[in-house]
Design a protein around this ligand. Structure first.
Ligand code: SER
Length: 249
């Protein structure tokens, strides 16, 4: 499956679930002094999450051009050393602004990966924030992932913030086990090796982080997800690294 078809399937899937398709914004964030480059699909929706801006829709889908070569979420030191990190990549994301929350976000991601893309269910693992029992139970009891493939991790892995300030919240990630030939004989998604590849990050927006580090609850919760197009292509196209996908060819 080529990247163009993956892009189309992504937009079609979320359009079917009443999401409005929004074009990628500029790599240079407009009027945001807290950010050097656009580092995530949610950047252009920051004020919507904060309740400062209203849109005509409550559900959105986009494929955002992102740069992670400086500032927060800076992948520069990993690029060239792993099979999965890039300085520039495309992030596929679906968003909810005061509409659906954890249950639907997890269900959408699971259905897209397993039904539309056809990934092998037995290789998929989920991570959740240490104290997020609600997401843990949804993965286990509603989606049916056995507990040995659900991992509780700390803030370093499962709490997402766009910058030092702004919207943030606990997150839940979907990883695929590529097998020991990609890294360690025994490890889990918190390992730095290439065995477990993070495909999709589902952020449950709940707070507005202040400059002094305190987290104020948002007026309404939201969902911000991000999936690396090149990473998903590397799995679907069964190639060794993101550099061997059709996106690069
Ligand atoms: N903002 C989150 C991330 O960049 C999910 O899109 O991982």
């Amino acid at each position: 499956m080529k990247s163009t078809l993956i892009r189309k399937k992504f937009f079609d899937f979320f359009a079917k679930h009443n999401h409005t398709s929004v074009p990628s914004s500029s790599l240079i964030p407009a009027q945001d002094p807290t950010l050097l480059f656009t580092n995530a699909g949610m950047n252009q929706f920051k004020d919507v999450f904060l309740g400062k801006e209203q849109r005509t829709y409550k559900r959105a889908v986009s494929i955002q051009k992102c740069m992670r070569a400086g500032g927060k979420h800076n992948d520069l030191e990993n690029v060239g050393f792993t099979k999965r990190h890039l300085t520039f990549f495309e992030m596929m994301g679906n968003f909810s602004f005061g509409d659906y929350f954890k249950r639907e976000a997890i269900r959408f991601a699971w259905d897209f990966l397993t039904k539309e893309i056809g990934l092998d269910v037995s290789k998929l693992h989920a991570t959740v924030y240490l104290t997020d029992d609600e997401s843990y139970d949804i993965w286990n009891k509603e989606i049916g992932i056995p507990t040995e493939r659900i991992h509780k991790l700390g803030a370093e892995y499962n709490f997402w913030q766009m910058g030092d300030m702004g919207p943030c919240g606990p997150c839940s990630e979907i990883h695929i086990d590529r097998g020991p030939e990609f890294g360690c004989a025994q490890c889990d998604p918190s390992c730095d090796c290439d065995r477990f590849l993070e495909i999709w990050n589902l952020v449950f927006m709940q707070f507005d982080r202040q400059s002094d580090g305190t987290d104020l609850p948002l007026k309404q919760t939201g969902v911000d997800t991000g999936m690396g197009l090149e990473r998903l292509c590397s799995i679907v196209q069964n190639v060794d690294s993101v550099f061997q996908t059709d996106v690069f060819a």
